[in-house]
Design a protein around this ligand. Structure first.
Ligand code: GAL
Length: 680
């Protein structure tokens, strides 16, 4: 893991990276000059150039036109603005797409045509060759240019291709994975519905079938899809790394993107980056953003990451695109920094005059310098200058929540009692409850080192390997506190039910077994009887969506069903094992009860938030060896008070406070409270 290289960027920039995607090929020279003037005014120190420039850089096969790029990079650099230079593989130009086998095929067999982006087949040899060729040309030409601070490979990889080339590559991938057809037949369970394969050429990727496709085949295709694109990324990364070993490399990840296992991809980048577009019209969307930020930070075990894209105001790709207020733009930007980002970047610098995204907001809107958005962008850039020493500082989390792509693919790809089930929703229900406790949480997989944590929340880990089940048991035996929710430990990594009953791998940990599982009718709520003594217990509690039939062994029931078929049987159990504790939740609890249980778990584990604050004030602490930076973010539309527990200076206002001071945060306001860590 190359932490040294990842910090190169912010060391060069001398602080937090601030800027956005810049598409100078859409503008004339006079606008370039104007752009650079405004960038300097707003404190922009990094712009991403070239993401969608392939046809401007190579208008014909092998005919390169780098002159304009030389010019703009020189202009930016002569004004002190560094460049995050992209390889343009996300939008192959028409001359390449003219070779139709470079075009992606959808699951229904339809080959896409050009005129948008992301239309390439990840297995096409011609596409691979031409995208590597332009990456090499860029690397060769700019590797010694002092402006280049970061390489940006492609854009939001998201190909899901069902063409013949991918089909044969998938077959090769399976041969490598399973070694023999017998093994494949066994792992895919092909005796079900007469699928036994007799020759490799009968094995195909899961294009459109009648009814349900074999779930293990679908699961393997998801794994393959992530890996085949990773090959593309790695090929370009190796070219850039060989040409310019001192420049860090990234590619922008997407929030909740289902098709790529970013945990595996994170090993191959020098720094993780994210594009995040929380919908300002959706209450709580900033909690989803917080989850993504915690995930990005955890992918490389606490290493700071980059917010590479966000909107300054509205996006244009949804049905209804509500504008983000300047206050919320500022709050959301600091939220990312609080949770470990060393950058605040936008899509894009200047709003386009034409094209698919001409109504997407930008740092410089169509209305230019007279707009609130521009004023907020300029003010934020100037303000971020007060946080020059924040990059590199870290967050220490004693709690963690599991997010696992293999599990997502498996649980959403299998037919089971609740096919409306959304892994994302279940994880977010648990994350929201954790967020409300105010404690720092990492987002991990059960294959990570668990020893740093005191609390682990495991929402719906349907696919659970023996190895992961053992790790969880040891975690509890050694004093860890876990909360595991229903429909966990059901299948192994091949999506075969782990017998006997359900969740046998968790039996010792949770001190109970699951005899049976069933869905609850849409809209029905089964009353619950709560027998545990915890603070903030809601007046009434209900179970929804799902019920386990749980048999207690060493565990006790904390909550039981108040009526229905399982009346009197446990819904939530509590087990002490070794020095630790495991709570098992066999249903979907309402928000109040889940919140109360989560907060009890966190408290009994001895994990504390960095500062106690009202529920809608998010407080996160980043620390370096010498300093503590306490970010206090008021999500409310009303003023909120927090009582400081040590003396601090608010870096954003320069005001010093003594310990015990009551700080009033205006609606949607932020404070970044700096304290020296004496003797730390
Ligand atoms: C991102 C993409 C950008 C732009 C943006 C609009 O997903 O990388 O190029 O399209 O969305 O919000």
């Amino acid at each position: 893991m190359n932490d040294e290289l990842s910090s190169t960027l912010t060391r060069r920039l001398g602080g937090i990276a601030y800027g956005g995607d810049y598409n100078p090929e859409q503008w004339d020279r006079a606008t370039w000059v104007e752009d650079v003037r405004l960038m300097c005014e707003a404190g922009v120190n990094l712009v991403t150039v070239g993401v969608f420039s392939w046809s401007s850089l190579e208008p014909r096969d092998g005919h390169f036109t780098f002159g304009w790029l030389d010019e703009i990079i020189d202009l930016l650099w002569s004004n002190g603005i560094a460049v995050d230079l992209a390889t343009p593989n996300a939008a192959p130009p028409p001359w390449l797409a003219g070779h139709t086998d470079t075009l992606l095929v959808e699951r229904d067999g339809r080959r896409v045509s050009i005129g948008s982006r992301g239309h390439f087949c990840p297995s096409s040899e011609l596409y691979r060759d031409r995208s590597r060729r332009i990456a090499s040309a860029l690397a060769e030409r700019y590797r010694n240019h002092p402006a280049i601070a970061l390489w940006h490979i492609g854009n939001e990889y998201h190909a899901h291709c069902f063409c013949d080339t991918c089909d044969s590559r998938f077959r090769g991938w399976l041969q490598h994975r399973y070694g023999s057809l017998e093994e494949l037949n066994d792992r895919w369970g092909t005796t079900f519905w007469s699928q036994g394969y007799d020759a490799w050429d009968q094995v195909h990727l899961p294009s459109k079938v009648r009814g349900h496709v074999n779930p293990t085949r679908e699961l393997d295709f998801s794994r393959f899809t992530s890996e085949v694109q990773h090959e593309l990324f790695l090929a370009e990364r190796d070219i850039l790394r060989a040409a310019a070993p001192g420049i860090p490399i990234t590619t922008n990840f997407m929030a909740f993107f289902p098709l790529i296992d970013y945990r595996r991809w994170a090993e191959g980048v020098d720094v993780v980056s994210l594009d995040m577009y929380p919908d300002p019209a959706v209450p709580g969307s900033l909690i989803e953003a917080a989850f993504q930020y915690d995930l990005m930070r955890s992918l490389r075990h606490g290493q700071p990451w980059l917010l590479l894209e966000q909107a300054s105001s509205a996006v244009s790709q949804w049905q209804v695109n509500v504008a983000k207020s300047p206050e919320r733009m500022r709050l959301g930007s600091y939220q990312a920094v609080a949770r470990g980002a060393d950058s605040v970047m936008f899509f894009q610098w200047r709003a386009s005059r034409y094209g698919q995204e001409k109504f997407h907001s930008a740092m410089v809107p169509h209305g230019g310098e007279s707009t609130d958005t521009w004023r907020a962008v300029r003010a934020l850039g100037q303000e971020l200058d007060t946080l020059r020493d924040v990059p590199g500082s870290r967050i220490r989390a004693e709690a963690a929540i599991v997010w696992d792509w293999d599990n997502k693919w498996a649980v959403e790809g299998a037919a089971h009692p609740l096919n409306s089930f959304s892994y994302r929703d279940v994880v977010m229900e648990h994350y929201r409850a954790l967020w409300r406790t105010g404690v720092h949480a990492d987002v991990i997989s059960l294959d990570d080192d668990l020893s740093a944590y005191r609390v682990i929340v495991v929402p719906n880990q349907y696919l659970l390997s023996q190895h992961a089940a053992d790790a969880l048991r040891r975690f509890v035996e050694n004093g860890g506190h876990v909360l595991v929710s229903y429909f966990s430990g059901i299948v192994d990594e091949h999506d075969h039910v782990a017998l006997p009953g359900y969740a046998p791998g968790l039996r010792e940990t949770i001190g109970a077994h699951v005899r049976d599982i069933t869905a609850i009718r849409e809209g029905e709520a089964i009353p619950l009887v709560v027998s545990m003594e915890i603070a903030d217990l809601p007046g009434s509690a209900a179970a929804m969506r799902w019920q386990d039939d749980i048999g207690l062994e060493t565990a006790t029931a904390l909550v039981s069903y108040g009526s229905g078929r399982f009346a009197g049987r446990p819904a939530v159990t509590d087990n002490r094992l070794g020095a630790g504790r495991a709570i098992y939740v066999g249903t979907t609890l309402d928000e109040g009860l889940l919140g109360a249980i989560m907060s009890d778990l966190v408290k009994t584990a001895g994990v504390r938030p960095p500062l106690s604050a009202p529920a809608d004030v998010e407080v996160v602490e980043r620390r370096s060896e010498a300093a503590s930076y306490l970010f206090a973010l008021n999500h409310s539309d009303e003023a909120r008070n927090v009582v400081l527990e040590r003396e601090a200076i608010d870096r954003l206002t320069g005001v010093a406070y003594s310990s015990g001071h009551t700080l009033e945060l205006a609606p949607q306001d932020v404070a970044v409270l700096f304290s020296a860590r004496i003797g730390a």
